[in-house]
Design a protein around this ligand. Structure first.
Ligand code: SF4
Length: 234
């Protein structure tokens, strides 16, 4: 059995990730909490880059549920047709926009239950919206966070809910708000799925992974993150 992290090691783990990127942001582009919600719904099983490509022109004119309803499902479907599962996602976005317009005054609710009641919004999407739009210290476990948490033995678990619960317990309060983004970025650019970049990893000595790589791959994955829209108006 792998040795669990001590509280001091967890503290050190996040202190180092923080040093790399003190104010991490989502790589999804959005202009307000509604467009963030739409972008997160569209990002299921798709890359942030692919979603941003489709939403950049869309969010120039559509920034509210009412504007989405005025656009209509057919035009939305066409606008997002480069994203996987776009037909179902377009239906969900129209349905959730209708509920927001009719039941929430056109606003995104700051409430997990109300968010998860929206079509296409599961626990992970609700966690991302609560964290990014409303500054709540939630941790949405995606494929990257699941991998990093298990590989390092920081918060091992057999499914995303178990990993989320363990992270909730072990991450110090001071790091909770940004833990989600630090772990995603670490998994996306360093602790990558196939061949992690262990020789350049800042938490290498803390990580419990038994098969750390000894050399970097000939062609390194892209380390630069794309530009991000930083303004958020509720
Ligand atoms: S040492 Fe390797 S396996 Fe461990 S966190 Fe870093 S990149 Fe991932």
């Amino acid at each position: 059995m792998l040795k669990p992290f001590s509280p001091a090691e967890v503290q050190e783990f996040f202190a180092r990730l923080k040093k790399l990127d003190p104010e991490p942001k989502t790589e999804l582009q959005y202009v307000n909490s509604y467009t963030l919600l739409v972008a997160v719904v569209l990002s299921a099983q798709a890359t942030d880059k692919g979603v941003n490509k489709a939403t950049a022109p869309l969010f120039k004119t559509v920034k509210t549920p009412e504007q989405m309803l005025a656009l209509g499902e057919e035009k939305l479907t066409d606008a997002i047709k480069t994203i996987g599962l776009y037909r179902g996602k377009a239906k969900n976005v129209m349905a959730l926009s209708k509920i927001l317009a009719e039941q929430h005054g056109g606003k995104v609710p700051k409430d997990r239950e109300a968010l998860q009641a929206l079509p296409g919004v599961g626990r992970k999407t609700a966690n991302v919206v609560l964290n990014v739009a409303f500054g709540e210290p939630t941790i949405a476990v995606d494929t990257h966070i699941f991998r990093v948490s298990n590989r390092t033995n920081l918060a091992p678990g057999k499914d995303v809910v178990e990993v989320e619960e363990k992270l909730e317990k072990v991450v110090p309060d001071a790091y909770k708000l940004h833990a989600h983004h630090w772990l995603i970025l670490h998994g996306r650019y360093t602790c990558v799925a196939r061949k992690p970049l262990c020789p350049t990893c800042v938490v290498r000595d803390l990580c419990r992974f038994k098969e750390k790589t000894k050399e970097l791959p000939a062609e390194k994955p892209k380390l630069k993150t794309p530009s991000r829209t930083k303004t958020l108006k509720h």
